[in-house]
Ligand binder design. Structure first.
Ligand code: ITT
Length: 198
């Protein structure tokens, strides 16, 4: 089954391909530079995932999926949350976002045991401008300082999942995929895709 993943983040595409396997052909917006992406004006990840999936599905005929994800830090009232991609500014990169998060935690003197956090991933599925489903996954953990590891992307070097003493950037992609927010959301998505197929 062919799917268009409405993302311009190649790391998301890699993880979707790893997680969905060969039964699914996943292409992303790098193949369609002319496709306009909407402003992520939603107040929740669900709203933003739906915005991205519907917008792309109005412009291309394929089944479209979109992923909106982020890191919620309890001591920061759930920030960066829906603003994870632009926490340190509109076109901020991963390193500046991570730096800003650690600066905030240090500034507020948040103790190590109070650094609980979770990654959340919401995937919306759409076709021809119509929403077909929404799938969610999350993984609990804590923020570590300094960052550790070089695998993964985004906030992975500062996120240690519960039950592990390594960050998402220190474990293998296979281990991350088994427990990650995206892995869980994709498991639910896969079930829905199988039903569409049959
Ligand atoms: P698209 O909107 O084009 O899909 P994006 O990177 O802007 O790409 P989001 O708006 O969903 O995507 O922002 C997600 C943010 O959370 C971004 O800063 C990512 O680096 C980060 N993030 C998402 N999933 C992550 C993961 O599995 N590990 C680490 N960081 C992650």
């Amino acid at each position: 089954m062919d799917l268009l993943l409405a993302t311009r983040n190649p790391n998301k595409t890699r993880e979707f391909r790893e997680l969905l396997g060969q039964a699914f052909g996943v292409i992303d917006l790098s193949s369609f530079p002319e496709i306009a992406t909407p402003e992520e004006a939603g107040r929740t990840s669900e709203e933003n995932a739906i915005l991205k999936a519907i917008a792309a599905s109005k412009q291309l005929p394929s089944l479209v999926i979109a992923d909106d994800s982020g890191l919620e830090v309890d001591a920061l009232g759930g920030a960066p949350g829906v603003f994870s991609a632009r926490y340190a500014g509109e076109n901020a990169g991963d390193v500046s976002n991570v730096d800003k998060l650690l600066r905030e935690l240090r500034k507020q003197n948040i103790a190590t045991e109070k650094r609980s956090a979770r990654f959340r991933c919401v995937i919306a599925l759409a076709q021809n401008g119509k929403l077909l489903g929404v799938f969610e996954g999350f993984v609990e953990g804590k923020i570590v300082d300094p960052p550790r590891g070089s695998a993964g992307f985004g906030y992975d070097p500062i996120f240690e999942p519960k039950g592990f003493d390594q960050t998402f950037a220190e474990i293998t992609p296979e281990s991350k995929n088994k427990i990650s927010h995206r892995g869980q959301a994709i498991a639910a998505l896969r079930k829905a895709l199988r039903e569409i197929e049959n």
